[in-house]
Design a protein around this ligand. Structure first.
Ligand code: PMP
Length: 392
């Protein structure tokens, strides 16, 4: 039986990390890895998180099991911050999950259990989306909705896909800071998406993994709120791994929206059963720490200030890259319009390889760059390298 398995290629982004590490050139530039970086190139533990960890260490008197719902206090503290008053509490059910990935997987399994068989995904998307849904037995329906050259989202193509979807189909929506393009729907397009979802009876599955890193805390959740306010059934996969910089602690949540309290209780009981059969219960530490931050006004203010500084760094770096203007046929000006950590540049695979070989600039083969990987000095060098590329 095991003979039927074949060797799978290593994850290309992880391979990139190794190649970057082994590159001896002192001026090497890592735009590949998908984590936030500060001006010193580090991904530090946030100060408010460190303080909450100290408090947790001093006060936690048991590590006995919680339940499949994880830290209910974490979910309860987070819900109003994420969803505002978009969905009445009795229509909402939420549980803690191992990161946004766990939330997506759990939501996918709930959809499969509910008889939803298809999920529409605009491409390009986070490379793990389609495999997660496929693993849960759903069919990912990919459609093109981005023009990489002009860095624009094709709203008409997105709405056309929603019109083509059958009632009851699910549709995946990046809440903000689209990975890998950085291009989000504007408020007008979100309103049209919400309207289509309602009228066509679709099930929105919003993936919100970067709240606070785009335009600001509430603006970043406005699209998710608009869509979830108008659907009969919907899902929200949430990650605290970027906005609390908790990455490896695997901290996230999944919320479901149901038509009424009774239907919501049914969804919640199914979430618990599915979690039990997957990971039994999620890891505690990250959620416990986030809860301590969220339940303490001073720590919350400190964390939000740190998050704002991270967001402002991204905005400043975007403006810097954008100011490089047009190099050959590569227009960098639209980078300033993008949100969050990522942008996808109109580069071929061989151009990406050339930049790495000749200028020690590392990015994903797709042309995705992590904006946080730049510094003021390296933006200029990046511009020089692109000039050399188009003249080569
Ligand atoms: N969704 C998107 C769009 C992401 O970019 C990521 C992380 N790269 C996730 C979900 C998963 O986040 P987590 O690390 O919390 O599982």
């Amino acid at each position: 039986a095991f003979e039927q398995l074949s060797l799978l290629p290593a994850d290309p982004l992880l391979a990139l990390i190794g190649a970057y590490r082994d590159d001896p050139r002192p001026f090497k530039l890592d735009l590949g890895v998908g984590v936030f970086r500060d001006a010193a190139g580090g991904t530090p533990v946030m100060r408010a998180v460190k303080k909450a960890e100290e408090r947790l260490l001093a006060t936690q008197d048991s590590k006995s099991y919680l339940g499949p719902e994880g830290d209910a206090g974490f979910v309860a503290a987070l819900a109003p911050l994420v969803l505002g008053d978009a969905v009445p509490a009795e229509r909402l059910a939420g549980i803690q999950t191992p990161g946004g990935t766990g939330a997506l997987r759990l939501g996918a399994e709930l959809l499969a259990r509910a008889g939803v068989s298809r999920i529409w995904i605009a491409t390009p998307s986070w490379p793990n989306h389609a495999p997660i849904f496929a693993a849960a037995g759903l069919t990912p329906e990919a459609f093109d909705a981005f023009d990489v050259a002009s860095q624009t989202l094709d709203g008409a193509a997105l709405l056309a896909a929603l019109d083509k979807a059958a009632p009851g189909d699910a549709v995946l929506l990046h809440g903000c800071c689209h990975n890998p393009t950085g291009i989000d729907p504007d408020a007008a397009l979100w309103a049209e998406i919400a309207e289509r979802v309602e009228v066509r009876g679709l099930v929105p599955f919003v993936d919100l993994a970067y709240q606070g890193l785009g335009d600001g805390w509430d603006v970043d959740a406005a699209g998710a709120r608009a869509v979830l306010a108008r659907c009969r059934h919907g899902l929200l996969a949430y990650s605290c791994d970027k906005n609390f910089a908790l990455y490896r602690e695997r901290t996230g949540a999944l919320w479901t929206v149901a038509p009424d309290a009774e239907a919501s209780a049914i969804l919640y009981s199914n979430l618990l059963a599915l979690a039990r059969a997957n990971w039994s219960m999620p890891p505690d530490h990250g959620a416990a720490v986030a809860r301590i931050v969220l339940e303490d006004a001073a720590l919350t203010a400190e964390w939000r200030a740190e998050l704002d500084a991270m967001r402002e760094r991204l905005v400043t770096l975007r403006q810097g890259v954008s100011a490089l203007g047009t190099i050959g046929s590569i227009d960098l000006a639209p980078i300033a319009r993008g949100k969050g950590m990522f942008a996808t540049l109109p580069l071929t695979r061989s151009q990406v390889a050339w930049l790495r070989e000749h200028h020690a600039i590392y990015m994903a083969a797709s042309g995705r760059i992590n904006i946080a990987g730049f510094s003021e000095a390296s933006i200029a060098r990046f511009g020089e390298a692109l000039k050399a590329l188009v003249e080569a």
